[in-house]
Design a protein around this ligand. Sequence first.
Ligand SMILES: *Cc1c(COP(=O)(O)O)cnc(C)c1O
Length: 219
Amino acid sequence: MTEHSDLAAIEARIATAAALAGRKPDEVTLIAVSKTHAADRIEPLLAAGHRDFGENRVAEAQDKWPALRARYPDARIHLIGQLQSNKAADAVALADAIHAVDRPSLVGALAKAMDTEDRRPSCFIQVNIGDEAQKGGCAIADLPALLAAARTADLPVVGLMCLPPADIEPAPYFALLAKLARDAGLAGLSMGMSADFETAVTIGATHVRVGSALFGDRG
Ligand SMILES: *Cc1c(COP(=O)(O)O)cnc(C)c1O
């Protein structure tokens, strides 16, 4: 395995934040958000042993990942972007985890696709934690019904995901997501990005989604 200094630096920051909260670093999965970056940027991370990657567009992931997966069959793809129901079958065929399940129609489409494809990627329900009109995610008030629908449809729901409002302190939003997950009996918490992943880890994140801090700015 080759060294990758940016990866090692992020992993060290995760370990430090985890230790502050009395958690173990291996309770946190670092998702390297490789959206917009070509295979030649992704490959060094794979060569260094990293396996979890985030993409936000199904079509882009379908272009990039078959060739990479031929060489690294145990790479895991996390779809983190808003998903159209008509892309559900492609998403289920491609992804190991889907982080943006946010409405009943998508629950239905994913359930059907999982039966057809005979594949069951882990699902996170995305919550619109700051109640922002422009953001995806289900309203907090709609979470119990959406979760019930997902469980009835036999989706493998493992946790909740959020994107807190930009430019204000994210900790209260992370804490609220953690409480909602606890109340729902869900262990997974997909929260924290380049600017705030350490805060998220201290509050219980199990999956942090880090792009620019790892790859540099997206063009
Ligand atoms: C792009 C993206 C990220 C990564 O953002 P950075 O700030 O570059 O770390 C994380 N989560 C989602 C949903 C994204 O779309």
